[in-house]
Design a protein around this ligand. Structure first.
Ligand code: CP3
Length: 343
């Protein structure tokens, strides 16, 4: 069933539980590492033929039910005028971070096709290559996760500067988030127009906030981005991590599918998210490195918590880690398909 993932996004019945993985293309695959010896990550992303090749690597190696376009959430920031670099062993760095109102006012807002056209072209190429095999997911970072990178200038432990801007200059915060929400929404809609059949919003760092701050400083902007994206007519997956304490607020922001991590029991998440939404998750990615019996048991526990309700998409609670073995991933996909086969 080539469309079991899209059917699950809509809460329709399926023959087996669909499964795909965040970061399913990446360093745990030898084919990816081979390409990375010759190209930087931004070179891979910005060459549509190479990005298409990387997107297809996991689809060829594993019986997954969806492909996700090879790109990164941070490329969107380049169009605003931010200077992005992936430093080996250190992760992403923004050399000219946004620190005050004047920096927000100086941000540019070029057309999506102009600044991110390479990913739209990769979506078009990949759709052509995938036809009939499985659906293609487009994605963007969510306004908060993008703002935190833009302000902190890279990965952060405590988000002191981002939270500082919320408190000290809420007008500047709102202006930055408004700009990002609009841009994220337009980027997602453009990916759908280019052929993406589902869209995922990654709010990877949203769990760093208090429930009240999430509601005041983040929720309205995630909602705005999701509303713009949803007008394209394709299902939207709203993913975050560490937000179990305010899952209701995340749900209120929108999404046909809510992505949850392993810090919350899937059955409890389902009760709190309520009917009318599909759920994606939520195996701990570290368990892919456990011996097979432990991994199988954990996967079965996720399937049991989902109880074969329509609208479950099996995934990890966050991305595949580089130390993961491809054979173990394949075994997991095969097991989920086998164990979830409907009578
Ligand atoms: O899922 C996929 O297969 C699609 C590709 C994808 C990448 N990044 C490629 C990538 C996706 C969906 C992302 C999203 C992304 N990027 C997020 C949100 C998801 C998450 O994991 O929380 C975030 C926070 C980023 C920012 C980012 N990109 C970081 C922090 C890093 C460095 C950390 C690391 O893992 O090395 C990246 C680099 C990056 N983006 C890699 C890949 C495969 C690792 C790359 C490499 O060096 O080859």
């Amino acid at each position: 069933m080539w469309d079991r993932f899209l059917r699950a996004c809509r809460g329709l019945d399926v023959d087996r539980t669909p499964v795909w993985f965040m970061r399913q293309a990446g360093r745990y695959m030898a084919e990816y590492r081979a390409l990375r010896e010759r190209y930087g990550i931004l070179e891979l992303i910005k060459d549509p033929a190479l990005a298409t090749e990387v997107t297809l690597q996991p689809v060829k190696a594993l019986p997954v039910d969806a492909a996700i376009i090879f790109a990164d959430i941070l490329t969107l920031l380049e169009g605003l005028g931010l200077d992005l670099e992936f430093v080996r062993g250190e992760g992403p760095v923004i050399h000219n971070p946004v620190r005050r109102a004047a920096d927000v006012a100086a941000l540019r807002d070029p057309a999506v096709e102009e600044s991110l056209g390479y990913t739209l072209e990769a979506v078009r190429l990949t759709r052509g290559e995938l036809e009939g095999r499985c659906p293609l997911i487009g994605f963007s970072g969510a306004p908060f996760t993008l703002a935190s990178y833009a302000i902190e200038g890279g990965a952060s432990r405590n988000y002191e500067r981002a939270k500082g801007l919320m408190g000290e200059d809420p007008a500047a915060w709102d202006r930055l988030m408004g700009l990002l929400a609009e841009r994220v929404g337009r980027y997602l809609a453009a990916q759908a127009a280019a052929g993406a059949q589902a869209l995922q919003l990654f709010d990877s760092w949203a769990g760093a906030l208090s429930p009240a701050d999430y509601r005041r400083f983040v929720l309205p902007y995630s909602r705005q981005a999701i509303e713009i994206a949803a007008r394209s007519g394709v299902p939207v997956i709203h993913f975050s991590t560490g937000t179990g304490a305010y899952l209701e607020a995340v749900t209120e922001a929108g999404g046909d599918v809510i992505g949850v991590d392993w810090r919350i029991d899937l059955a409890e998440a389902w009760r709190r998210i309520g009917g009318g939404r599909a759920i994606q998750g939520n195996l701990d990615p570290v368990l892919l490195q456990a011996p097979w019996p432990r991994l199988r048991e954990a996967a079965d526990a996720v399937l049991l918590a989902a109880g074969q309700r329509p609208g479950h998409i099996f995934n990890l609670g966050h991305g595949i880690l580089p130390a993961t073995s491809v054979d173990q991933v394949r075994r997991l996909v095969e097991h989920v398909h086998q164990a979830s086969a409907r009578p």
